[in-house]
Design a protein. Structure first.
Length: 560
């Protein structure tokens, strides 16, 4: 297998595989890189569904979908990006269906659609509560059908930019050990989110934001990094996701007084208000002493055993296995947990970054279709629509670009750095630093934020970074050295956490996931219809701003 490609996609979740398929279908020589087997990507854990205005359950159209998304984003989403998403969504979902995605059906045989939070119509197509599992296998089949090569269990570590152009990536080969260079005319980052920045998270162990951190290193701006979404129903205490589909099917949220407390926060939409609103309501109830051991309760009992078994089978199993609770008989203990990064690598509408030849798609990217708060079901849709677009754009660009090659010097330099890390025998192992980072991010940059806490977190991150300079990798072996890759991931996490601080402190307002009830409780459209843009220049982080692109929806009140 030659190691020179037209398009190299780093990440083989839904976004990466959809991008690779699009690039291949445009005639490019394309390969995927993934640190885990493609079907183990976090996309496979998605439960609730994917949003497209198919109009099967009731009247709906892309414009209504776009408005709900703009409002859900608390007017921080770029409206042109949202319009692209909502306009292309239906055709993209039908394509998945034609490839074999077994969506659940309504009585007439059409794709069924369930109501999801803050959606004006039942718009979420689903395959029971294993939608991501179904999609990832369908995409993997399409990748295999095309014979697209995958560098499986390759850990991408450094992007290589030569003369202003991205020409490939340096990887650690997990199976055999050793530093490998892969050259490509264009590179697409599709490495997913960074939920592992937090101790209570729905995200898989692999969600360490590697691609965002790699982009930062080569000078690309990270956009809206303060916007980490907390999902209101994560299972206590593990953080395993309990899908929004439960509330879509009619589940209640109760406090310790058995009250549906959302009547005080979102009287119209109740349990179907948007995620940031519900997470804040839960945290307020818990903080004011109406929680139960730091949790609230998600009650499904009135839905009845048959419906729970048929539509929410996976949820029941997760509750029984991880919390010992059968939701047919008892309510599930839940709390807000870190779930989705609205922020990420700044791209244009085709996934292109500020570096020639470098693209990003999926959760790693910030095109910005979600602004300050993502609606449930829109992330999977974004992986497909923007994955496809970035694959097409990267292959088009590759046709015009001369051949690319990672220089031997770049590969050798990376080899020296990794060897130095492996050779160190004295110091601290990574996991203590990683746990402390996740714990303190949760405490100081959680559902509610205030200036002093965020600044304190900044100081904690710098102390953790100093400790990281002396991190030691115990395993010196070359085969499946997860000890090494976890150390490399930790550096990525520290870099990303550091970016969140200036962005969070700089946004002196409350908008979507960025809630500052104590110092800046209101949204400030006059000053903050702007994205935070953090870059690294000469080793220092720099905060800039970019205006939100508004097409037809001026900012309005956001009540549910
Ligand atoms: C539990 C859970 C449930 C969800 N449910 C829904 C839902 O119902 N609907 C919805 O719309 N959204 C949902 N989301 C969000 C959505 O699933 C994700 O945002 C989306 O799937 C991310 O896809 P992705 O392709 O960008 O990244 P991922 O699927 O996370 O894939 C990342 C890929 O990058 C690779 N990678 C990462 N780092 C490296 C590296 N250094 N080197 C090589 N490879 C690397 C990984 O191996 C992997 O293949 C859910 C998320 C979670 C966590």
């Amino acid at each position: 297998m030659s190691k020179v490609h037209d398009v190299l996609v780093i990440g083989a979740g839904c976004a990466g595989m959809r991008a690779a398929i699009a690039a291949f279908d445009q005639g490019a020589d394309v390969a995927l890189v993934s640190k885990i087997h493609p079907v183990r990507s976090h996309s496979g854990a998605a439960e609730g569904g994917i949003n497209a205005a198919l109009g099967n359950a009731s009247e709906d159209d892309p414009e209504q979908h776009a408005f709900d998304t703009v409002k859900g984003s608390d007017w921080l989403g770029d409206q042109d990006a949202i319009e692209v998403l909502c306009t292309d969504a239906a055709a993209d979902v039908y394509e998945l269906e034609h490839w074999g995605a077994v969506f659940s059906r309504d009585e007439s045989g059409r794709i069924a659609q369930r109501p999801f939070g803050a959606a004006g119509a039942p718009r979420t197509a689903y395959a029971a509560d294993i939608t991501g599992h179904v999609l990832i296998h369908v995409l993997y089949e399409q990748v295999m059908k095309r014979g697209i090569f995958t560098y499986e269990e390759y850990f991408a570590w450094r992007l290589v930019v030569e003369e202003g152009r991205c020409v490939g990536v340096i990887c650690w080969d997990l199976l055999n050990g050793g530093v490998q260079a892969i050259s490509s005319k264009t590179v697409i980052l599709a490495t997913g989110g960074a939920g592992r920045l937090y101790v209570g998270t729905t995200n898989a162990y692999s969600c360490t934001g590697d691609g965002m951190a790699m982009a930062l290193q080569v000078g690309v701006a990270l956009k809206d990094m303060e916007m980490m979404q907390f999902h209101p129903t994560t299972l206590s205490p593990t953080g395993v996701l309990i899908t929004e589909g439960c509330r879509g099917e009619g589940a209640y949220l109760l406090n310790s007084e058995s009250e549906r407390f959302l009547k005080d926060y979102a009287p119209k939409a109740m349990e179907l208000a948007s995620r940031d609103v519900i997470s804040r309501a839960e945290q307020t109830e818990i903080d004011q002493g109406r929680g139960i051991d730091g949790d609230v309760l998600l009650d499904l009992r009135h839905l009845g055993g048959d419906r729970i078994r048929e539509r929410l089978h996976g949820t029941r199993e997760l509750s029984m296995v991880f919390a010992g609770v059968d939701p047919i008989d008892d309510p599930i203990p839940v709390r807000p947990g870190a779930h989705y990064h609205m922020g990420g690598v700044d791209t244009d509408l085709w996934g292109l970054t500020s570096v020639e030849g470098l693209y990003a798609a999926g959760e790693a990217a910030c095109v910005s279709a979600h602004g300050a708060n993502r609606l449930g079901g829109n992330a999977l849709m974004e992986t497909i629509t923007y994955g496809r677009r970035s694959g097409k754009a990267a292959s088009d660009a590759a046709r015009e670009l001369p051949a690319a090659e990672v220089s031997e010097a770049a590969r050798a330099d990376a080899g020296v750095q990794i060897k130095a890390l492996l050779d160190r025998s004295d110091g601290e192992r990574p996991h203590g630093i990683r746990d402390e980072l996740a714990q303190t991010m949760h405490e100081n940059f959680g559902v509610f934020r205030q200036e002093e806490q965020m600044l304190e977190q900044g100081r904690i991150i710098e102390r953790l970074r100093e400790r990281y300079q002396r991190v030691v990798v115990d395993d010196k072996g070359s085969t499946f050295n997860n000890d090494l890759t976890q150390a490399l991931e930790l550096e990525f996490l520290i870099d990303l956490a550091a970016c969140m601080i200036p962005a969070g402190v700089g946004r002196t307002e409350s908008r979507g996931a960025h809630a500052r009830p104590y110092d800046y409780p209101d949204r400030d459209d006059e000053n903050f219809m702007r994205h935070t843009m953090v870059t690294k220049q000469d080793g220092e982080l720099k905060l800039d701003w970019a205006p939100v692109r508004v097409t037809k929806w001026p900012p309005g009140e956001r009540t549910y």
